[in-house]
Design a protein around this ligand. Structure first.
Ligand SMILES: [Fe+2]
Length: 352
């Protein structure tokens, strides 16, 4: 258990990485009485760095992504329709938000005003264990450059996946801190890169294999789920097991054609993040599971975070193991192992 003073030290280190400087103003955004210890720690840390700090507290909204309660829908936040609150955030130099604003129109608008935003909702011990490092930023930058210069991304797995994305949107990198005006990041992120296919530019088959993880269900899949994708849409979801049933029903319940769209695609590079973590720890939002080295992070639903037209609130993140991923036919990940030396942790050679 972390003491509050240790947590304040941790938040101070994080805000230093975010280049929070004297005279800047920092707003910590919260809802209800959620994560009041996070609010207090960030405000104390911000004060230590000479920033002007405040807490903007909104009424609780069940649309938030608290891992253990509530419905994990994205994009519909307590900021919706609250114009004065949005304006306060736009006027800040930096916002730490504890709600999960990703995929919301308000996040895009606040970033557009030049405010840098950090999301922080994960358990405190995970914030410490996956604390950002310079090495992970460097390796994530390598991944960013590779993905940015590619026009197509294809991945396969032994279960029968073979899908190709014609890359249609800008690449985003996450490494756990944000130091540029208008930027967004999520502490912790390990290191990961994501992009999106053109709205009609994804075709093939994704077979989610036993051991792959479905978020927000927080389940290891035990039986295959086969998704057929045509022109950027999931057209069929096959599979006899309860996992396939759950995915079919979960998506259908949104009664939204855009729920069958494709969201981000990318991979993780953090060797500290563990695939097996979910077996013993069901807390939190699953950032460790999205970040583990060599996972291909496949996802469905909205693409508005890239500026795309899909605003669906139905979003599945599916970290997949044992995949091979190619950028313009160049292998980047082979059988779940990163094979680009500059993306691997300090000098560890690939074994495949
Ligand atoms: Fe996602």
């Amino acid at each position: 258990m972390f003491s509050q003073s240790t947590f304040i030290d941790l938040c101070e280190s994080e805000l230093r990485l975010c280049a929070l400087s004297p005279g800047e103003n920092l707003v910590v955004l919260s809802q209800g009485d959620e994560r009041s210890d996070y609010v207090d720690a960030f405000m104390a840390a911000g004060q230590r760095l000479g920033a002007s700090v405040m807490n903007l507290r909104l009424p609780y909204s069940s649309s938030a992504s608290d891992g253990d309660v509530g419905v994990w829908t994205v994009g519909n936040t307590p900021l919706k329709g609250n114009r004065p609150a949005v304006e306060v955030l736009k006027a800040a130099d930096m916002v730490v938000e504890t709600l999960f604003l990703l995929f919301s129109a308000e996040l895009t608008e606040i970033q557009g005003a030049g405010t840098r935003i950090l999301t922080c909702i994960e358990p405190i011990d995970l914030l410490a264990r996956l604390f950002p490092t310079d090495d992970l930023r460097r390796r994530t930058d390598v991944a960013f450059e590779l993905l940015s210069s590619a026009t197509s991304l294809r991945f396969t797995n032994p279960a029968g996946s073979d899908v190709t994305y014609r890359i249609g949107y800008a690449v985003k990198a996450q490494y756990g801190f944000v130091d540029k005006p208008g930027g967004w990041d999520h502490w912790p992120s390990g290191g990961m890169v994501i992009t999106g296919g053109y709205d009609d530019g994804v075709d093939g088959r994704v077979v989610v294999a036993p051991g792959d993880i479905i978020l927000p269900f927080k389940r290891y899949v035990s039986e295959p789920i086969e998704l057929t994708i045509e022109a950027g849409r999931i057209t069929t979801i096959d599979g006899d097991g309860v996992d396939a049933d759950l995915v079919r029903q979960y998506i259908a319940d949104f009664v939204d054609p855009d729920a069958y769209g494709l969201s981000h695609i990318g991979w993780g590079v953090d060797e500290r993040a563990k695939w097996a973590a979910l077996a013993t720890d069901q807390r939190g939002h699953g950032m460790e599971l999205r970040a583990f080295a060599g996972n291909v992070l496949f996802s469905t639903g909205p693409n508005e975070l890239f500026g795309g037209p899909n605003h669906s609130q139905c979003h599945l993140d599916i970290p997949m193991r044992n995949c091979s991923l190619y950028l313009d036919d160049r292998p980047i990940i082979v059988d779940g192992e990163i094979v680009v030396e500059a993306m691997r942790p300090g000098g560890v050679p690939a074994t495949v």
